[in-house]
Design a binder for this molecule. Structure first.
Ligand code: BES
Ligand code: MN
Ligand code: ZN
Length: 495
């Protein structure tokens, strides 16, 4: 779907479907943009009572005009400002309704609705992100493509009609949101690809492609180089697999060399069987999504590069597969991480932190302004927060506030979790500097505490996206989160 903004001029509008909000029984825009005959049709449709008052209800009105064959009325209740969530749901319903008609393009006036605590930019961005979400298909592995694939998802164009004084800001916001949507689509594609296709090598090739397309520097470290760096923890996870591990480093330089870079580190376990601490079989296929942190880093670097933001950004992806084999790490094995700290691996299924800790030590060399790691790290985080908020962990209140605000503004929320030193006691080991698991209590917190031991050299935050990176059930699939949050956060560091 292509998104743009346009200044609405008089009643000369030409579109296959005009999307009009109805508030308190009034379609205000209709009086401005429709001719008398069309206006009567719309008024009669509203008067008929076929459009429910409930926000998000929709009614399609056919007009006898080839320049404007349809109007979609979208109910927003009684005319008071609506809640953000109401606006999002109504927008979703409207786009779904348009997609079910023959309309190949639509022009929207939804942002004329007043939304509590939200400005124009948010309303524009929300339409773009919801539109892109509804247009997304993952059918590259089906021999018979999903219906309508040849024509592409409909509508193919979504134009937002704004006032003359709004056009600059709205246009810029639509452009930004479209780049973010593309980054999300990349992250979704990578997440949805199965483990036999999306291997560490595949992720590295994808990073190299992004680098080629946007003229970025991309280094991919192989096993030998990781051994030279003494990444004993990452290599302990990779041991059981036939797939060679990689450490991907993607540099985007949008600001002068003196500006310290923002560094994003994404967990890239391309399949997590649990290793010798093997997972149970039910839904194990979903562990192909265990590289969604990595995917969100690649999607964000792509979006930031596409927008040419004036910021320095480094995306880092430690990636391997977690498999059992005769060579695999056993529970009880003790390894030495790149930092020199030793780890007793009590459970080989707590592998995410083991690959992240070496990557987090590696990035010290970049003297970062801030480091954020993103990982499908713990089932415990899903129990704590469900599927709405990502878990945010940071000892730095300012950095946490930046990430919370970015998530809120992008409808990609996170919730701050505790990281008190008291929890560190839970990962003590009698034989090594630390164990890689605590007990059942506070599982997502002890995982974050483990990472905290490797991030003392810079400002750091951790996002646990185990509950937000993909959906299970009938609409199974990667969500592309938290690309919107991350892109907004990085943009906040631009000059
Ligand atoms: N990738 C999983 C976390 C996960 C589990 C994400 C389920 C989404 C849904 C991670 O590597 C893992 O297995 N974590 C263990 C840690 C435990 C052994 C301390 C978990 O959460 O069970
Ligand atoms: Mn695991
Ligand atoms: Zn995992």
């Amino acid at each position: 779907m292509q998104f743009s903004t346009k200044v609405a001029a008089g009643d000369r509008i030409r579109t296959a479907c005009l999307v009009v909000p109805v508030r308190g029984g009034q379609a205000d825009a209709a009086t401005r943009l429709l001719d008398a005959a069309a206006r009567r049709r719309v008024e009669a449709a509203i008067a008929s009572g076929d459009l429910a008052d409930k926000a998000g209800a929709t009614l399609l009105v056919a007009l006898d005009d080839e320049r404007l064959p349809r109007v979609l009325l979208v109910s927003f209740g009684d005319g008071k400002p609506v809640a953000a969530r109401t606006f999002l749901e109504a927008t979703r319903a409207a786009i779904r309704h348009v997609a079910g008609t023959g309309a190949d393009d639509a022009a929207s006036l939804l942002h004329e609705v007043e939304v509590t605590g939200r400005a124009l930019g948010w309303k524009i961005r929300s339409q773009v992100l919801i539109g892109a979400e509804s247009a997304y298909r993952f059918d590259s592995l089906k021999s018979r493509k999903d219906e309508g694939k040849d024509k592409g998802p409909r509508p193919s164009r979504w134009t937002m009609l704004v006032g003359r004084d709004e056009d600059r800001e709205a246009g810029l916001e639509a452009e930004r949101a479209a780049a973010i949507a593309d980054g999300m689509a990349l992250a979704k594609d990578l997440g949805n690809l199965p483990g036999n296709i999306c291997t560490p090598t595949y992720l590295a090739d994808t990073a190299r492609r992004i680098a080629r397309e946007h003229k970025l520097k991309c280094d991919v470290l192989d096993e030998k180089q990781m051994r030279a760096l003494k990444m004993g923890s990452l290599l302990a996870v990779a041991r059981g697999s036939e797939q060679p591990p990689k450490l991907i480093v993607l540099h985007y330089k949008g600001a002068g060399a003196r500006q310290a870079p923002v560094v994003l580190v994404g967990k890239g376990i391309t399949f997590d069987t649990g290793g010798i601490s093997l997972k149970p079989g039910a839904e194990m296929d979903e562990m192909k999504y265990d590289m969604c942190g990595a995917a969100s880093v690649l999607g964000t670097v792509q979006a930031v590069a596409a927008l040419g933001l004036r910021v320095n950004l480094i995306g880092v992806v430690p990636t391997c597969e977690n498999m059992p084999s005769g060579r695999a790490t056993r529970p009880g094995d003790i390894v030495t991480s790149m930092s020199g700290q030793t780890i007793e691996i009590l459970n080989t299924d707590a592998e995410g932190r083991l690959i992240l800790c070496d990557a987090l030590t590696y990035v010290e060399r970049f003297k970062p302004a801030a480091v954020v790691d993103i990982a499908t790290l713990t089932g415990a985080c899903v129990i704590a927060l469900g599927h709405h908020n990502s878990g945010l962990f940071s000892g730095d209140d300012d950095l946490a506030a930046e990430l919370l605000a970015a998530g809120r503004e992008m409808n990609d929320p996170c919730w701050r979790m505790p990281l008190d030193d008291e929890y560190q006691d839970l990962i003590k080991s009698p034989f090594a500097d630390m164990a890689n698991i605590g007990g059942r209590a506070a599982g997502s917190v002890t995982a974050a505490c483990f990472l905290a031991r490797y991030t003392k050299a810079y400002r750091w935050a951790h996002l646990d996206i185990a509950g937000t990176a993909w959906k299970s059930g009938a609409n199974k699939g990667a969500t592309g989160r938290p690309v919107p949050l991350l892109t907004r956060f990085v943009a906040g560091h631009a000059k």
